[in-house]
Design a protein around this ligand. Structure first.
Ligand SMILES: [Zn+2]
Length: 465
């Protein structure tokens, strides 16, 4: 199966310029295709969308039309266009009339090179250029994390204001020694959530809870930061119809970089959380993960705050990450409806009111346990086709606790805003006041300080002689 990793670049000024030129040339290719099809449409002709047909058009344009971009790179843009066109056509045919064919020009378009056209040695990547131009050598900021010989393609792109390379590798499914491979008959239920990105209930009452409080804190801090930054820089924003100033461009760039950093942190935390789940499952030889899919309830409007919470949850990405890692480890994943699982008692299967906190207690059978683990248990019983060793014991066995996002700032020591000043050692000294002036007055003793002088109400502080 194919996995893709993103790697940053260490570039000199000249290399950066050449990378941007390549992306811009790719944008030119994209714009040319749009233009050709615009003319065809106005003549009443069939649009050119097939990859072969587009390649013929490219060959007709001759070498050197698109700057330093070589044939392979230009063809990858054609492939991108062709895929987008046909997927739009398929969706329109299926009845989605609002889907439109690619029509927007883009300044910078990612370029992909296929196996055999580039070489990676250590942290050095050699990208081909058009005939007559020297190849582009760039330095990666880390070694490619896949075994040599598995890399199938590299993509140069601009993501969140940074030039980077996406490396795609074809990896084999993990093989295990005899008797240690995951058994498809051993099932675990997975409940997805915000506080706990993953709650897993496995056979024998074993459970795993991954805490996502650090991720949520990161979201909140980022939102607060963004608001503050927007308020502070609002007066630099150009008014409608005006060009932005250079200072405004710098502000925008800064905001984009911070946004990118936040995104990378969240993505890393999600990957770590999913890795924990898969590691836990492999250790217990669990071969099937039954995941409750909450996406059915997400399309309903739930108010401003909860809508934001749900959008930040990134449920589709979480599922995708878990699915990819499970497939690589040889574990099957089933998506099932999770409706009602957090309000069903796992022991007597009766509906009970959804608990507000983390503890579920049933008034019918005196069951009490973790809400998310109970939900995961109920999800496991919904495995399609059933399974011989669906967890039969109510969660209550060994529960493993893990935290996602250990790398996030301020998580390791304490869960507080790391940007606040650390507390003064030995207790607070109170508010800082200027030192009392010497000479004219002696410092007022606390008992005579008018602010600390308490009198019973109704009594006047000044008495006439
Ligand atoms: Zn019960």
């Amino acid at each position: 199966m194919h996995r893709t990793g993103r790697i940053g670049l260490r570039l000199t000024r000249a290399q950066r310029q050449r990378c941007f030129d390549l992306l811009r040339s790719a944008g030119d290719v994209w714009a040319c295709v749009l233009e050709v099809n615009w003319w065809r449409q106005h003549r009443g002709d069939r649009p050119a969308a097939g990859y072969q047909e587009l390649c013929r058009l490219l060959a007709e344009s001759g070498p050197g039309t698109f700057g330093e971009l070589d044939n392979v790179g230009a063809r990858s843009v054609l492939r991108r266009y062709s895929d987008a066109w046909f997927s739009a056509a398929a969706r329109r045919k299926a009845g989605a009339a609002e889907v439109r064919f690619p029509r927007r020009r883009r300044g910078l378009v990612p370029v992909r090179w296929y196996h055999g056209t580039f070489t990676v040695t250590g942290r050095c990547l050699r990208l081909p250029a058009a005939r007559g131009c020297p190849p582009l050598l760039v330095r990666l900021d880390q070694v490619v994390p896949y075994p040599a010989g598995t890399v199938r393609s590299v993509t140069l792109l601009l993501a969140d204001g940074r030039l980077c390379i996406d490396v795609t590798a074809e990896l084999p499914v993990t093989t295990y020694p005899v008797g240690q491979a995951p058994d498809p008959g051993r099932v675990a239920g997975v409940d997805l959530g915000i506080i706990h990105p993953f709650a897993v209930a496995g056979p024998g009452g074993a459970g795993l809870l991954v805490s996502g409080r650090a991720i949520r804190a990161e979201h909140r801090l980022h939102l607060a930061d963004t608001k503050r930054r927007q308020r502070a820089t609002a007066d630099r924003a150009p008014s409608r119809g005006q060009h932005g100033s250079r200072r405004w461009r710098k502000t925008r760039r800064r905001a984009r970089l911070v946004e990118g950093k936040h995104k990378r942190r969240i993505r890393q935390a999600l990957h770590e959380a999913a890795k924990t789940v898969i590691g836990w499952a492999v250790e217990r030889r669990i071969g099937t993960l039954t995941v409750g899919d909450p996406r059915g309830v997400l399309n309903q409007p739930a108010g401003r705050k909860h809508n934001l919470r749900l959008r930040q949850w990134q449920i589709g990405r979480t599922l995708q990450i878990l699915h990819d890692k499970a497939t690589l480890a040889g574990i099957r994943v089933h998506l099932v409806d999770e409706r009602g699982t957090s309000s069903t008692c796992p022991q007597c299967k009766k509906r009970i009111p959804k608990p507000a906190g983390r503890t579920m207690s049933c008034r019918h059978c005196q069951f009490a346990g973790h809400r998310d683990l109970a939900a995961a248990f109920t999800i496991a019983t919904r495995t399609p086709g059933g399974a011989p060793t669906t967890p039969t014991r109510i969660p209550g066995g060994v529960v493993t606790h893990r935290r996602a996002g250990r790398h996030l700032p301020g998580v390791a020591t304490a869960r507080r805003d790391p940007r606040r000043r650390p507390p003064a050692t030995g207790g607070s000294l109170g508010r800082r006041r200027p030192a009392p002036s010497q000479g004219s007055r002696s410092p007022t003793p606390v008992s005579e300080d008018p602010q600390h002088h308490r009198k019973p109400p109704g009594q006047r502080s000044w008495t006439p002689h």
